[in-house]
Design a protein around this ligand. Structure first.
Ligand code: SF4
Length: 196
């Protein structure tokens, strides 16, 4: 539901949907028209069939139980690494990694990494996300980094002054010392460098 849609838009629709259809089984069996009616405020017409397809496959393949492994989740239509990691860590509390474009930016800046245009798939980025999610409370940790990367380490005008990481942040230190930063953008060929 959050795809290309802000959380505040989703909140009310989410409550209405899950009051009416509390699980994958009931969504799979719901009438398309009724589902469309509930999801209508979010726009995006493809959402209803996509929603029902994943619910039906969950019912058929897993008896209506949302899978508990990344491999199983990835067999469901529309479930990529990000959604799989979010379900496992946030819903099930498992030590599973997530990476979105905001997290890539945070890692890139903080560690002074080079990343490709598809930084979410870069092995070294995923390795860091795995280590990050391996602590005692992966649910809290992943929710925290999602919010932090989106709200503090913003694409434009990152809030360095409010940031508790700035002491060790390569990007901040490079700015502080007024040393050349090639760019804060992703490149198809990795060539982003930070100098301190
Ligand atoms: S110091 Fe600035 S660039 Fe570095 S992590 Fe914090 S907000 Fe992002």
């Amino acid at each position: 539901m959050l795809r290309r849609t802000r959380a505040d838009q989703v909140k009310e629709v989410y409550s209405r949907l899950f009051e009416r259809y509390p699980d994958a089984q009931t969504i799979a069996d719901a009438s398309k028209e009724e589902l469309e009616q509930i999801l209508y405020p979010l726009g995006l017409k493809w959402r209803t069939p996509a929603f029902q397809l994943v619910a039906r496959e969950t019912k058929e393949k897993y008896g209506g139980r949302v899978p508990t492994t990344r491999e199983e989740l990835r067999t469901l239509p529309g479930i990529g690494e990000y959604v799989a990691g979010a379900v496992l860590s946030i819903a099930y509390g498992k030590k599973e990694w997530i990476v979105d474009s905001n997290i890539v930016r945070l890692f890139r800046r903080y560690f002074g990494l080079e990343t490709s245009r598809e930084g979410r798939r870069d092995k070294h980025v995923i390795e860091i996300a795995k280590i990050y999610a391996s602590g005692r409370n992966p649910r809290k940790a992943n929710l925290a980094i999602l919010d932090f990367a989106a709200l503090v380490c913003t694409p434009r005008n990152p809030k360095h002054n409010e940031c508790p990481l700035r002491k060790d942040c390569q990007y901040f230190l490079s700015e502080l010392h007024n040393v050349s930063i090639e760019s804060d953008k992703q490149h198809s060929v990795p060539r982003l460098r930070f100098y301190i």
